[in-house]
Design a protein around this ligand. Sequence first.
Ligand code: FAD
Length: 460
Amino acid sequence: STQEKTPQICVVGSGPAGFYTAQHLLKHHPQAQVDIYEKQFVPFGLVRFGVAPDHPEVKNVINTFTQTAHSDRCAFWGNVEVGRDVTVPELQEAYHAVVLSYGAEDHQPLGIPGEELPGVLSARTFVGWYNGLPENRELTPDLSCDTVVILGQGNVALDVARILLTPPEHLERTDITKAALEVLRQSQVKTVWIVGRRGPLQVAFTIKELREMIQLPGTRPILDSENFLGLQDRIKEVPRPRKRLTELLLQTATQKPSGEETAHQALASRVWGLRFFRSPQQVLPSPDGRRVAGIRLAVTRLEGVGEATRAVPTGDTEDLPCGLVLSSVGYKSRPIDPSVPFDPKLGVIPNTEGRVVDVPGLYCSGWVKRGPTGVIATTMSDSFLTGQTLLQDLKAGLLPSGPRPGSVAIQTLLRSRGVRPVSFSDWEKLDAEEVARGQGAGKPREKLVDPREMLQLLGH
Ligand code: FAD
């Protein structure tokens, strides 16, 4: 049938999930045409707007994504927000199959009083700001305070702590935005607390990120050795990666630093610490009520064992003064269209192996499929699986038969609505401009952060 010959497939979102799904489809079906729709002007999702600027090696996946985009059976259409500029049912009309890979952009609210005070931000917006996400470019966080509290103990929390405490001159040659670097140069922040509801055995960050914190120039870790009592015996039972991580924590908390480390730490002008068994209860306002001045934490203890371990409040509280609260307690996806099933509790699209339940021809991959956990490599395997599922269904004749117009129909629709998509070659012009602007300063690129300027550069 036609659809088996030239299946028209579209993918919504150009992060790792979108690109890895496209890559799988193109590789395993010699005729498939894959169009990627992206709401930003630029591709690559969190690889560009999430991954920390001082981790350039993580961004090498962009080379693979670029190869995929260069396939003559693949097209990228930026500046198209699905759900606003074009609906999912319209895409389903135009394509044999639609894959939703639009990530998890909303942050989990804290749900505590005072959350709305100036000086309380989601870590994700803070990351978006230093990484040049257009909608966060005007955030300009106030770093005139001494102490920052980060809620959550995952890798994003450590990324944010590291960026706050790294000597700015060490960030000069990264792709951090000029504006963010300026604010960081003026920063008065001396102390960063990274707060978790549970204990050292439950932290969600990984050993590489922890080691980077411990070795951060000009800083010293503060860990309360009391939190580590009895842990030595318990780590024998835990799986190996967790064991190594806990050993490093334990060592940092309980062992006297070596001579070299002592010297390094004596010079430290900034400190960071992990605060365990604390759950946010209330953001405390300044006397005039206009800003955050601290946070009230409920002291917790653990109940249950293994993965089911829960933190329950003991009834005690602790007030921690601070001028900025960054919450990094998780994300969730947004519903994209009333016709697409959505699980509001888990914040994902219900699916079996990537098939959206009850909607033939609709698939999902990445964070919107699995929930917002896991690194790029996890997202890759998960997206390959969705690609595989889709191609199985295609082979089994489960997708609509007969030809579909694909992007031709969607372009007409978008034009009638005054939407001007940007292509991958448009992105390559912007990319070249960014690289050129970075060159003088020795940066890999200076990111463009203003969509109007981008359009101007493209002559749109
Ligand atoms: P995303 O990367 O979020 O991509 C979703 C894309 O969909 C985005 O481009 C978005 O603009 C687009 N989109 C959203 N809505 C629409 C719409 N309505 N229409 C069209 N397009 C839309 N992993 C690592 O391995 N190493 C790291 O160092 C690392 N650092 C991270 C740092 C942060 C701050 C975060 C949050 C995550 C980090 N991760 C890291 C995890 C990694 O980013 C994810 O595993 C991966 O990006 C998930 O891929 P995704 O494609 O599902 O989502």
